[in-house]
Design a binder for this molecule. Structure first.
Ligand SMILES: [Fe+2]
Length: 461
């Protein structure tokens, strides 16, 4: 008797989430439209892709990572590849030898949440105590990475690169710690500094924000649950109504004692869009789930909206402003403006989440992701929508500038979009300044890409 019947009931193994079973390499992909000149690089995206009945991937967050990539050059889509990240477990399941390398706290894991490039490395990242995995340019696994032995603990899924300093910031957490850890990687790809910030209850800290002066910390009431862990939960983080929600401002080069905290109402935030300094105040745009958040069902007791939080250290308060009340997730800016004032943001419209995105009885809410991408002009206060055919299952949108020095929003927005008629996924390229218009180019992949998490446009170096 295997545990497959139980896993097969998981909604995260069905429909647009269903894992693929093959690794594919395809060259010279068909393109409808015209790929823009100068769009030379790799679009990579990570996401869970459980191996099978022996993989503990019954929750979306727990499946082994698979990175999907498309290489664009000279107006051509040169290749598509999808590759599992070879943790020890994945390598052995595939009958391969694990490449070996460092492991933090016994937490070897096929990093499934993001894929980034820094200091010449391509890295699949994940949070909660595990290390990133380094990949080759063609997505083969090199091995786990502790940045040449300079990383003291685990790492984080989300990172923020300050392009002026070349420093890559992250906030790591781990259930076995009584603190968060701000980690700075230098342009050389080695850890140049860490700051531990004490917290209680072991909060889940999926994302953070960065300004020119501060690391913005989110200490919200989804916390580690020893009871859930003892009961065998593979994702032992639960809503904790006794945990005081708060936002922290840690000066970038600050010491532990320099952090200042500001209380907020109970809510949950997976993702920030961006943050910046505004005089003495700090502005943070983010997707906020009202009320209590259930990580197991990915649902909230209230609506999900795009908000602006303005932290006023003098008045010791956080003012909230709704920027857009339609449900949305995976907010992204033009990465070049990270930590400085932004005008534009892009996100994926989602279904209603106040009853849970997916139901644990195996049925789907109509739709974990709706069939549209959104573009926000936060200066004008307007939103444009790019609609796709029904059941298109659209993921995160990533912005690629036309040139390194192009204005914000002068470039293209790309995302994986499932084509239900073809039974396979397209890489859709939109002109950011004609967002609602027809795609500039559509690259037809030879396979379906399951709904996943985060990705990057990595320009040829
Ligand atoms: Fe995320």
């Amino acid at each position: 008797m295997t545990d497959r019947p139980m896993l097969d009931r998981s909604p995260f193994l069905q429909g647009p989430y269903a894992p693929v079973t093959e690794e594919i390499t395809a060259f010279d992909l068909p393109v409808t439209g015209r790929l823009p000149a100068g769009l030379d690089g790799r679009y990579l995206r990570n996401g869970p892709n459980p191996l099978g009945s022996d993989d503990p991937g019954s929750h979306w967050f727990l499946g082994a990572g698979m990175v999907h990539g498309v290489r664009l050059r000279d107006g051509r889509a040169e290749w598509y590849r999808n590759r599992w990240v070879r943790s020890r477990h994945v390598a052995e399941a595939l009958g391969e030898r694990w490449p070996g390398g460092p492991v933090h706290a016994g937490m070897d894991f096929a990093a499934n949440t993001h894929v980034i490039a820094h200091a010449g490395r391509t890295l699949a990242t994940v949070e909660a105590g595990a290390l990133p995995y380094e990949l080759t340019d063609e997505l083969d696994t090199v091995g786990p990475c502790d940045f040449d032995g300079t990383l003291p603990g685990g790492y984080a899924a989300h990172t923020k690169l300050d392009r002026r300093t070349g420093e890559l910031h992250a906030v790591a957490y781990f259930w076995g710690w009584d603190h968060l850890q701000h980690v700075v990687l230098g342009p050389d790809g080695r850890v140049s500094g860490t700051t531990d910030v004490p917290v209680v209850d072991g909060p889940m800290v999926h994302d953070f924000a960065l300004t020119e002066r501060y690391v913005v910390l989110l200490d919200l009431p989804v916390t580690f649950s020893m009871d859930a862990a003892a009961a065998g939960s593979q994702l032992p983080y639960t809503w904790n109504p006794s945990h005081q929600p708060r936002v922290g401002l840690l000066p970038r080069a600050g010491t532990t004692r320099a952090v200042r905290w500001f209380e907020v109402d109970p809510c949950w935030v997976f993702h920030t869009l961006n943050a910046y300094d505004d005089g003495d105040r700090v502005v943070v745009d983010l997707c906020r789930y009202e009320g209590s958040f259930d990580v197991s069902a990915l649902g909230s007791g209230g609506p999900l909206t795009l908000e602006r939080w303005t932290v006023d250290p003098t008045a010791r308060r956080v003012a909230r402003q709704c920027l857009d009340d339609r449900p949305q997730e995976f907010p992204r800016v033009d990465d070049r403006v990270l930590s400085r004032a932004h005008r534009y943001g892009y996100s994926a419209a989602t279904g209603q989440v106040d009853r849970g995105t997916v139901q644990m009885d195996g049925t789907f809410q109509d739709a974990a992701f709706a069939d549209a991408l959104l573009k926000h002009d936060l200066l004008a206060g307007t939103v444009e929508e790019h609609r796709f055919p029904r059941n298109a299952a659209i993921g995160e949108a990533v912005f690629a500038p036309s040139t390194p020095d192009a204005d914000e929003d002068d470039g293209h927005v790309m995302a994986f979009v499932h084509d239900p008629d073809r039974g396979a996924t397209d890489l859709v390229v939109l002109a950011a300044q004609d967002f609602a218009g027809p795609p500039v180019a559509t690259v037809h992949l030879p396979a379906r890409v399951p709904l996943g998490f985060h990705g990057s446009w990595i320009v040829d170096g």
